[in-house]
Write a protein that binds this ligand. Structure first.
Ligand SMILES: Cc1cc2nc3c(=O)[nH]c(=O)nc-3n(C[C@H](O)[C@H](O)[C@H](O)COP(=O)(O)OP(=O)(O)OC[C@H]3O[C@@H](n4cnc5c(N)ncnc54)[C@H](O)[C@@H]3O)c2cc1C
Ligand SMILES: C[S@@+](CC[C@H](N)C(=O)[O-])C[C@H]1O[C@@H](n2cnc3c(N)ncnc32)[C@H](O)[C@@H]1O
Length: 661
């Protein structure tokens, strides 16, 4: 994304592109408090929240995050216990961290809030970057997009989410794009009844546009040199139903027609997918029962060490975009867990970075695409990579300084340790049956009914297809074996994980878990000497400086089964009713772009989260977040394009489009 060009006049940042100030040169902090926090009635709305309720604030133009810092401050002082605040803020030209630091340095009364914002400021990758619990109970979605694209994306769900709007996009005469009729129409379509709107401008045109779409707008005295500004209330009964201005929404084949916020949920499988999902549900006060055949983290999530890794590309594409978005979300999540002390460094993992060795031409392409100072990856020379790793390397690399290795089972255990979660282990193959009154029933291998829930989620990796309602998912098991190496010789010097075709992390205790082999369509988990030989040979050839550190004695390790999909993207979403889906969207066979005004016919209360492939540590946190937003009809953490890319229904839609049965 392009960075803005800023000039500072008496400490007030000014945009060179728009030739306008980010806020009043007289006193930006007092202006923002007056125009937005007071004009949007934010404190009263926060104080009126009951436990379990969420206040959602939408901001057009995040800029220097001064308004955001004021929201954080207000929430710390006035947010009631048990309630939540969610800020959705849109910005087309995000500041770099150094620009942000420069712009915010003068606001010493907000230094704590800005420190928190700086720490979790997203990299300049387009799309939505969610930051849960930026402060206790307050989540922020940073949408790095043009306002029309971001609002259009959010509006496409047809849900009214927003309680308060801050319209802060430079003076209308200098930035028409921010005040276009379509933008304001989307603002109205996303507003709950009685939503507040606040803006610094008093433009007659803006006032009339807001009135036309359903806001009752009043003028207030302006701040400083501005004579007046506007605020208002959205009245749903007055909202314009003008067909000519209504947006054409895409066919909602990915959106469930039946949704009911889960109060009790059955989660089948206690791997990374099930554990992340269970925790997020529990945090929303849902009573969760996790049903596990063996023990926690005993399936694919069984290795002592795995790496949070990603797969960037110099070009946009579903796989690369999802992989990078999920990577950043996972790194942010795990960094927070280590900071809070719920994960222990060196035992549960360590985020000392990773290097991905790569050829010069790959590195050259990535260096051009990821040349921003805040990019999640830096391209480094062989010499620099060797110095970062602490061992001699033979190639340049992509360096991901914020990532590292984790112990998957420890991650699952930490996630499942919550008062709203009950874990039942050792059940053998458990199945789900739809009981009376929309309840789901879990049946153990003994035939006994064990637990019920109004909702159920299948997170049983490649075995998800054992459930007849999911037999059509194109899942592939892939066996993988790791090898344990004692930390000796040059291995002892290793300071960060080195990835090649496989991976070698710094030691956990005195042992490195290196891996891993690929056995497509193999499901056996017996340990094989031949697989250890493959891992060792791979390490020796890719990182010759470790050759003498690898003993030639017999090795031990573990084999487990991954689960991949036909398109290598994971799966998270409602389970469609296959027969009804194929009938409802039959028209797509003839015209793939046809608009069919019907949401997905789905199995009531049934969801699936699987297909995490070789990247469960990377994708499970974000996939859980996507799924929860669908289960609860709350704002999505990613663009619609990415949530469709992981929807289970994509495989059925593809069949229709390709003319298959
Ligand atoms: C050798 C190897 C190395 C890996 N390295 C990495 C890495 O470095 N980085 C990374 O991000 N990922 C890595 N992965 C992949 C990662 O481990 C997976 O993506 C992740 O474990 C998938 O989690 P899951 O919860 O979907 O599946 P699983 O962990 O397999 O969990 C599914 C659970 O469901 C249970 N279950 C199945 N059927 C039933 C049933 N009928 N009733 C009850 N319970 C049932 C299973 O017992 C299991 O516990 C690696 C995988 C392997 C095998
Ligand atoms: C007045 S500033 C916002 C000030 C900000 N709220 C603060 O607290 O500092 C306006 C912001 O809108 C952004 N902007 C302008 N046009 C935009 C567009 N079309 N889409 C998204 N953001 C835009 C600008 O980059 C700028 O950061």
């Amino acid at each position: 994304m392009s960075r803005p060009h800023l000039s500072f006049i008496d400490e007030t940042p000014r945009s060179c592109e728009f030739d306008d100030d980010y806020y009043s040169p007289d006193d930006g902090l007092t202006e923002s408090t007056y125009v937005f926090i007071e004009g949007g009635d934010v404190i009263n709305r926060m104080q009126a929240l009951q436990a379990g309720e969420t206040l959602i604030i939408g901001e057009l133009g995040l800029g220097t995050a001064l308004n955001l810092a004021l929201i954080l401050q207000a929430w710390s002082e006035h947010g009631p216990a048990g309630a939540r605040c969610h800020v959705i803020t849109i910005e087309k030209h995000p500041l770099s961290i150094s620009q942000l630091r420069a712009a915010s340095a003068r606001w010493t009364s907000l230094s704590r809030e800005f420190e928190t914002i700086h720490q979790r400021w997203p990299s300049p990758i387009p799309g939505c970057h969610r930051r849960p619990d930026l402060i206790d109970g307050l989540t922020v979605d940073f949408w790095w997009e043009d306002v029309s694209d971001a609002l259009g994306d959010l509006e496409s769900y047809g849900s009214r989410w927003i309680d308060v709007w801050f319209l802060d996009g430079f003076t209308p005469s200098r930035n028409e794009a921010m005040w276009k009729a379509e933008v304001l129409r989307d603002v109205a379509n996303l507003s709950r009844d009685s939503a507040n709107v606040a803006t610094f401008t008093a433009s007659g045109e803006v006032r009339r546009s807001l009135e036309r779409i359903g806001f009752r707008v009043s003028k207030r005295s302006g701040f400083g040199r501005k004579r007046e500004c506007l605020h208002g209330i959205f009245e749903l009964s007055r909202a314009s139903n003008d067909e000519h201005t209504a947006p054409a929404r895409p066919t909602a084949w990915d959106q469930p027609s039946y949704i009911q916020e889960p109060k009790s949920c059955l989660v089948l499988g206690a791997g990374l997918a099930g554990s992340h999902l269970a925790r997020r549900l529990a945090e929303r006060n849902c009573q969760v029962t996790v049903l596990e055949r063996g023990t926690i983290g005993s399936g694919g999530s069984t290795q002592p060490q795995g790496v949070i890794y990603t797969r960037p590309s110099h070009k946009h594409g579903k796989l690369a975009d999802f992989s990078l978005t999920a990577y950043e979300f996972s790194v942010d999540h795990h960094q927070r867990k280590f900071r809070e002390g719920s994960l222990k460094k060196g035992i549960d993992g360590e985020l000392t970075g990773y290097l991905q060795l790569a050829s010069d031409d790959v590195l050259e392409r990535l260096a051009t695409a990821f040349n921003d100072e805040d990019s999640p990856l830096k391209v480094v020379t062989r010499e620099a990579a060797s110095s970062i790793a602490g061992i001699e390397l033979t190639q340049g690399a992509q360096h991901y300084p914020d990532s590292g290795w984790l112990h998957p089972r420890a991650i699952c255990t930490e996630l499942l340790d919550h008062p709203n979660i009950a874990v039942i282990e050792g059940l053998g193959d458990t199945t789900l049956r739809q009981g009376d009154g929309d309840q789901w029933l879990a049946i153990a291998s003994t035939g006994d009914g064990i637990a019920t829930g109004d909702t159920a989620v299948v997170t049983t990796a490649w075995e998800a297809v054992e459930d007849a309602r999911l037999e059509w998912l194109p899942l592939q098991p892939i066996r993988g074996q790791t090898t344990l190496l004692p930390s000796q010789g040059a291995l002892k010097d290793l300071k960060c994980t080195v990835c090649h075709a496989g991976y070698t992390p710094p030691a956990k205790g005195n042992v490195h878990c290196i891996g891993a082999t690929y056995g497509l369509n193999e499901t056996s988990t017996e340990e094989r000497a031949a697989d250890h030989a493959i891992n060792i040979q791979q390490l020796r050839s890719q990182v010759p400086s470790l050759d003498s550190a690898v003993s030639s004695e017999s090795h031990t390790g573990q084999a487990a089964v991954r689960c991949a999909t036909a398109d290598y993207l994971p799966i998270a979403g409602p389970v469609p009713n296959k027969a009804e889906f194929m009938t409802t969207y039959e028209g797509l066979r003839h015209d793939r772009k046809r608009l069919i005004n019907k949401k997905q016919p789905n199995m009531k209360g049934l969801y699936v989260l699987t297909g995490l492939g070789s990247r469960g540590l990377t994708s499970a946190p974000l996939l859980s977040e996507i799924l929860i937003s669908q289960m609860t009809d709350s704002p999505p953490p990613v663009t619609r394009y990415l949530s469709q890319a992981v929807s289970p229904a994509r495989f059925l839609k593809r069949r229709l489009v390709k003319g298959e049965a």
